[in-house]
Design a protein around this ligand. Sequence first.
Ligand code: ATP
Length: 348
Amino acid sequence: MAEIQLRNVSKRWGSFVGVQNFDLTIADQEFLVLLGPSGCGKTTTMRMIAGLEDVTDGEIIVDGTVVNDLEPKDRDISMVFQSYGLYPNMNVYDNIRFPLKVRKVDPATHNERVMRAAEMVELTEFLHRKPAELSGGQRQRVALARAIVREPNVFLMDEPLSNLDAKLRVSTRAQIKNLSHTLKVTTIYVTHDQIEAMTLADRVVIMEKGVVQQVGTPVDIYDKPANTFVASFIGSPAMNLIDGELSGGVFRADNIEVSGLKGPDGKITLGYRAEDARVVPEAAQINAPAYTMELLGDSTMVTVRAGGALVSVKADKDYRAEIGDAVCIEIPSEICHLFDPSTGKRLE
Ligand code: ATP
């Protein structure tokens, strides 16, 4: 059992704010992903939870106990880093066993625990090898096994897949998800990769410049981004955002007119996702010349300029147009998202 509460947690170095008023309860066994661009405060948040960084303000509470002043070793937490931190002179078996020795766990149980952890990450046949004799993916699995062997209540993982190639990332990602579920641990996982966040998380926390922008399930965040930062961070491609004017429920900007919208008259930012719109043969909400086309295999991404922005639509995989050809894009009002252009906040 490990419920983690962050109560208005802030981290400052002098006048620089690394993390500001982070306030969230992470449920027992939840898989929480911290997502955001480089420097947004993800690692700092995690390091405060682990006890590797002091908290400037606020409280970190694990299962009802304030842990602000507890040493990292006294917190029931295992960390996995992007640089695996393996001991080069020890073989895989001893690397996995190391945390048990440090914590003076009864030696009679070591072999069974090491073997169980190694089996979970499919390393049984490599136990005699040194880290230098392993591939990047295998080393990453040793780091995972070393975290597992302690049987902690909390896993903290900081970009654990970033050194792996694309294919291995996908398979290791699936393994991490499966392990976290099987071991029933509370997991906090840091990444700047939105696909990783969406596929792994029960809930995602999106941060920018030390401030939490939105907390929600992947579906919540995708369907109802709280602001234009989240809208442009989540989704591949990012949500199309167009600045224009709303008047009597009709949005207008260059090459675009969408009616049937609900919102206040005046300047507004309209958003839509490329996959929610479609190319049609006759005049529609957007009518503009093709700027570029990309063949994606299962679909064709067509980009045009509307309202001064480059916006895209996901078309059929057989759709073809030359650059400059007229493209008509249907954007029904119900797929549109509206944002306040001065604050970036979602209007509802
Ligand atoms: P990345 O994805 O690049 O790892 P991050 O979101 O994990 O980024 P953090 O490492 O948490 O970002 O850093 C947050 C901010 O705090 C950054 O602007 C960083 O430069 C700053 N920072 C981190 N450690 C210190 C420190 N010891 N002293 C001063 N500033 C720091």
